[in-house]
Design a protein around this ligand. Sequence first.
Ligand code: G16
Ligand code: MG
Length: 217
Amino acid sequence: SIKACIFDLDGVVVDTAKYHYLAWKRLANELGFEFTEQHNERLKGVSRMRSLEILLEVGGISLPDNEMEKLASKKNAWYVEYIQKMTPSEILPGAKELLEELRSNGIKLSLGSASKNSPLILERIGLKNHFDAIVDGNSVTIAKPAPDIFLTAANKLGVEPEECVVFEDAEAGIEAAINAKMRTVGIGNPQILNRADVVVPNLKDFTYSKLVEIFKK
Ligand code: G16
Ligand code: MG
């Protein structure tokens, strides 16, 4: 049976994708090319350096590693400037309520995010103490779709992968969970997340009893 739930951060608990987009777009514009929201879809759930590689590919630019490091830091400084101003009102609908309901039913909770900025974000939105474990880009650097982030979370919670459900909005994240042999709830577009066990538009109507019902066997 299900003993733990692992939540992705960007796109599941909070919509930081819009701030990532603003910062990446600013960087692209400074480098002299346009970066659209459609391009930005490709960056969701992907690590910072891999995101930069994709962005430079869009602009047809190739740079040495040390230059790439500088650009990634620049983008991150802008991103941090945006997320500093976040408030609890930016928690996505239903996320906080679901975390609280799951916990009161004895389900263990972990964050499973690729972001190195997750401590700041959790602090700003006031959800730091809602998780039993925090696994993010600071502790695990092998990015999704590798299963490492989620396996580390299961390990920290002291449960088996088969006992975990992962909530994810990104294709790379669903793949990472499948690679970890975990069950999955996709948040968003069923066409993009077609490998998930179930896909819901958001967390608003998701409950503990739905979790039990969907994953009863
Ligand atoms: C997030 C985002 C990605 C971002 C990555 C790294 O992952 O979805 O777009 O590139 O984290 O973030 P940072 O640059 O803040 O370290 P997740 O796993 O929370 O969806
Ligand atoms: Mg995400």
